[in-house]
Design a protein around this ligand. Sequence first.
Ligand code: NDP
Ligand code: 8X3
Length: 260
Amino acid sequence: AERLANKIVLITGASSGIGEATAREFAQASNGQIKLILTARRHERLVSLSDSLIKEYPQIQIHAAKLDVTAKETIKPFISSLPAEFANIDVLINNAGKALGKANVGEIEDEDIDGMFQTNVLGLVHVTQAVLPIFKAKNSGDIVNIGSVAGRDPYPGGAIYCATKSAVKFFSHSLRKELINTKIRVLEVDPGAVLTEFSLVRFKGDAEKADEVYSGTSPLGPEDIAEAIIFGVSRRQNTVIAETLVFPQHQASASHVYRS
Ligand code: NDP
Ligand code: 8X3
């Protein structure tokens, strides 16, 4: 809790799944001694998350705001017009992301291709570009990028999603090298199967298809990934948990999954 105390944490995609669980875990691990900037497109969800956290941790400070990471021109103005008490960000959690569909190349909807690259890659890059000057100015800060097992182990039907997540990996690794002479840390967390709205989004609201992804398995919960994120961020300054691959017990690669 001491290492997290009074940190200012910006989370993208905090309205659901891993992002929401990460907000909760930061609140719990710091016992409310933290300032959270919660962003996503669904503002009403951020408000109810914020309300529930404030109820549990009355001293917590939360700024909940709509931010679409694909709206490139809004990102820098958003960061530079944060309320003064939230402006000096310490931790950036680049979590907003998605898969759209599972079609093979040649049959992928144009808007799915664009949606995945714009959110998972360009959104992450532009948010990082907007926040990094704050970190450089004080020579500290943590950037946590949410990749995926899909960025290490590509699978048919995932060409675009896997390409976006391997882009996240190489962006993260390049950035860590650029920042080697600073106290800014770059952490990459790569989840395996996590039960969130991920598959519902991928299959565009088809709950049956989404449920099939997890049938006969015990997927991770978003809080399991949140714990890995908070572990990395709360190490002593000299320690960089550079990459973390987290599977549920029945999974050993993107496609090697045991079903009972
Ligand atoms: P969810 O669908 O539950 O959450 C995704 C979050 O991203 C939501 O809060 C959503 O908020 C936000 N988001 C989507 N589009 C945008 C946008 N344009 N701008 C801002 N926020 C956006 O899925 P997960 O929690 O599972 O996904 C979180 C991350 O984890 C993603 O990067 C995903 O690729 C990755 N991941 C997930 C795995 C899984 O099995 N679940 C495995 C490996 C990686 P809103 O719609 O309100 O904008
Ligand atoms: C999500 C995991 O394997 O469904 O990143 O692509 S997978």
